[in-house]
Design a protein around this ligand. Sequence first.
Ligand SMILES: [Zn+2]
Length: 241
Amino acid sequence: MSTFAEDIKAKIRKNMSGNKNALKAPEKELTTEDDRGRRLWDRGEYHKIAQNRLKVDMEKATKYGPDANLEKRDLPSSMRDPVQARMKKLDMESGIGKTKAISFENGNNGKGSGGYYCSVCDVNVKDSRAYLNHMNGRRHQRNMGFNPYKLPESSVVGVRQVFAERIKKLEEIKKTGPMTFEKQQAERKAQAEIDEEWHKKYKKECKKAKKRKAAAACESLEDPLSASVMGFASFGAKKKH
Ligand SMILES: [Zn+2]
């Protein structure tokens, strides 16, 4: 082997110690042929591959929160959706004036350990400022399936729509008179009630979704492992133990 190739390999080994496997050739062929030319699969090796894949799936199902967009999350950033504005107001005020005990459940980071919980990333943060930073942060946006550096392009139609909405609002004000303090307070109160209702529902849905995901992950463990990887499921493959 030329010294040049050796040098490159040494460099890669030194700087990418975690990626050594990329340099290695596969240790042995996973498929062989018998004397009649039919393919044979190394069941033991495929079993290992299937188990590794399941492990990754399990990690994915439990590492992120029930609301993470797992399909889009792992796409390259250029293929993820442009970042979108939040449709719902963040619940920053429900904890005002309350005292909460912080527990060390799940390494002080799990749901129910106090503070603010993000159901997309399955993390807890301790105060509203950190929560807001998290919600606007790169990791959270990625788990939502968005690319935080990509903005939706505005179009002529969109701009016209915004103008139309503004004109409509202006006409409404002309009809009903200007906003008064009392009106504003009443509106805010009504909105707060709606928001609270929504948050209650949302929390319930989070719980349900997490249970569903755990159940699905357990179920996939019951599948015949090697069969699913080799595409043999329809041939009545036996379970491996
Ligand atoms: Zn998050």
